[in-house]
Design a protein around this ligand. Structure first.
Ligand SMILES: Cc1cc2nc3c(=O)[nH]c(=O)nc-3n(C[C@H](O)[C@H](O)[C@H](O)COP(=O)(O)OP(=O)(O)OC[C@H]3O[C@@H](n4cnc5c(N)ncnc54)[C@H](O)[C@@H]3O)c2cc1C
Length: 348
């Protein structure tokens, strides 16, 4: 009987396992493989570590090793409004990383907890003394028992789907990789309200162009292709994709869509709904919510304490919701872009 089984070894699960691994009997199960060459699941991601995520790492006194960094580092975002045909540049402070290596590095820091990778949780059931978790690894089904479950399994969380009814707004995130013809560093965000009420992005990473977008679930692929076509005018040469990947991404419409859990089942990171609805930045929220739960686990009433520890994160999401109204309302976005407030002038 384990104290805690954490399902998911992304930034949320890895951070929680690192924080509680030495004080509890913890098992973390993740469907990714630490072996990068294996063709198992790899999390689709832009791999940009935003200032909030840098702050979270700084708080833990963690420094990203150079082998996790990608090439090049980016200092500006080129904001392209495809409908208004407007382009404005803003200074940004992101670290460009290889997301798979970033996750593997966070997992390598876990001490005390058992980590099983390359294993997919299929079922979680209530048992006499807690919960029974069934997972498959290399074709074999394994079963583990635990007192507490933590769902750190991202947007398509099996824990959330099994135990909670609360819905959250979701988009389909599609990304394609291309040989980069553009040698200049580039990071662009793309807006076109006729195709998505979220946004698209273009980004150079290690010699490849990543073109991606978060799209409403219906007609997502058709609208993605249309977005690529309309972005051509701005130099995006998106023929012959090397790789296509897709996954759900959460984007809470209101903080009521956030689900922290109940007595012995907790959700952290994107599974709970902790992600910015304006930029879809989720790595800082994953680490911060893991810290909130780790601190709560020192108290008797864990869920009460966890909910209370999450208040600041919820306020942050509320503020991001206000920001997304400006960002995703075509007229307001156009006015902000015309005003050039906070923008930078590009010297050719
Ligand atoms: C296309 C895209 C681009 C993004 N770009 C950025 C960005 O540049 N910067 C940023 O900050 N955020 C970005 N985000 C958001 C960010 O990736 C997530 O919010 C963040 O990774 C959430 O961390 P997490 O640990 O909660 O979940 P995840 O990182 O999603 O981790 C969940 C883990 O659970 C595992 N898992 C899931 N189901 C099972 C199962 N049944 N059994 C076993 N294991 C399971 C998966 O292997 C995975 O490792 C992006 C999201 C998408 C979709």
């Amino acid at each position: 009987m384990r104290d805690v089984i954490i399902i998911g070894g992304g930034p949320a699960g890895a951070t929680l396992a690192r924080l509680i691994g030495q004080n509890h009997n913890v098992l973390l199960i993740d469907k990714k493989s630490s072996d990068e060459s294996k063709t198992t699941f790899k999390k689709p991601c832009g791999g940009l570590i935003a200032p909030d995520a840098q702050r979270a790492l700084a708080r833990f006194q963690l420094e990203i090793p150079t082998e996790v960094l990608a090439n090049p580092q980016l200092f500006a975002v080129k904001t392209i409004d495809l409908q208004a045909r407007r382009v404005t540049h803003y200074q940004r402070f992101y670290l460009n990383v290889n997301r798979h290596r970033f996750d593997s590095w966070l997992l390598s820091l876990v001490k005390g907890a058992d980590v099983i990778d390359n294993a997919r949780v299929q079922k979680i059931e209530k048992s006499k003394h807690g919960y029974r978790v069934s997972f498959v690894r290399e074709g074999t089904v394994h079963i583990e028992e635990t007192r507490m479950i933590v769902g750190a399994d991202g947007a398509d969380s099996i824990v959330r789907k099994t135990f909670f009814k609360r819905k959250i707004r979701q988009y389909m995130a599609i990304q394609q990789f291309f040989n980069a013809s553009e040698t200049k560093p580039l990071y662009a965000s793309l807006f076109d309200h006729t195709l998505t009420d979220s946004y698209g992005w273009g980004l150079i990473k290690d010699g490849e162009l990543i073109f991606g977008a978060a799209l409403p679930l219906s007609d997502s692929r058709k609208n993605f292709e249309m977005l690529k076509e309309r972005s051509r005018l701005y130099g995006f040469d998106c023929d012959a994709p090397l790789v296509t990947e897709a996954c759900l991404v959460n984007s809470p419409r209101s903080i009521r869509e956030i689900e922290c859990g109940t007595d012995n089942i907790f959700l952290i990171g994107e599974a709970a709904g902790f992600i910015s609805p304006s930029s879809l930045e989720g790595i800082s929220y994953a680490m911060d919510s893991a810290l909130a739960l780790a601190r709560a686990m020192k108290n008797k009433d864990i869920i009460k304490s966890y909910r209370s520890n999450c208040r600041k994160l919820k306020v942050k999401i509320l503020l991001k919701q206000c920001k997304s109204i400006i960002l995703y309302t075509p007229l307001l976005r156009k006015l902000v872009m015309i005003s050039k407030i906070d923008s930078i002038e590009i010297v050719e």
